[in-house]
Design a protein around this ligand. Sequence first.
Ligand SMILES: [Mg+2]
Length: 356
Amino acid sequence: MTAVDHVTARACRVPTPEPETDGTLGWDATTVVVVEVRGAGVTGLGWTYADAACASLVEGVLAGVVVGRPVLDVPACWTAMRRAVRNLGRPGLVSCAISALDIALWDAAARSCGLPLCRLLGRVHDSVAVYGSGGFTSMSDADLRAQLEDWVGPGRIPRVKIKIGGPRDLERIALARETVGADTELYVDANGAYSVGRARRTAERLADWDVTWFEEPVSSDDLAGLAQVRASSSADVTAGEYGYDLPYFARMIDAVDCLQVDVTRCGGYTEWRRVAALAAAANRDVSAHCAPNLSAHAGAATENLRHLEWFADHDRIETLLFDGVLDPTGGAVSPSMSVPGHGLSVKEDVARRFEL
Ligand SMILES: [Mg+2]
């Protein structure tokens, strides 16, 4: 009864209210692959924001090496998964699939012990600072202003981030600063849209609006370019959201001020912990990228966590599909210390409406 005995995965596709774009991509829906594991009398839940193809990876090759292992041996399950995908290629969808299953396994392990997940992971922080994230380049100025006002007004979130990488970047940054006032931290994310030259010229101007976070000024594949921008930028240069394994982050660490880690891409909580240690060794913070309700538990258990991205799309989807979501009002979230696991569960009637 203490072994993992069943693994299921399904994909839900949730349309956005309006088409959305950032500096390098547009979308009108988001797919979330939801994974559940059963064993030791409990069900563990995880998910990843990735293509529906992840579901067959989870139920096939990954379930094949996890079922039968002790529920509490999550790192052993993770190691078996990593080995099993050697010929499939770890980065990309494969790592997203591993992440969702690893998260579900950690949740099951915590529930089987009757412990909150962040307690099992080893809690460091009572609460985790969040920043409001959205500000798509496709938004009208009025919509951008309304979203920012919502975060800093009723939301009382003292950190916000907008997308840049379009033709009106400086105007939109000025609008954002005017809207949020002087006391709110203002961040920008170019999603790799700039050349090194344009990024350096933009970095010079960011100080005019006290922008302190310049995310993916150039492609994350251009580590030399990131380092060049960092050398002349007063704002912190950050990247890492496309990191699917530990060596990726090791290669990137010298090119950025803060590593962004996505727990639903990097390899789940198991790999997250190793990435955070890597960053700590280089005197860097990590910041949690997206999937806010899953990231919060890793963040609370990470000494060198800077903050957690409260991404508007994922906030909406997680509130829609799951019970037990956290409330970012006030600018921080505190995972419950009285609920086993991460405390999240699928709203079955809603999930069925969006299932592919
Ligand atoms: Mg980003």
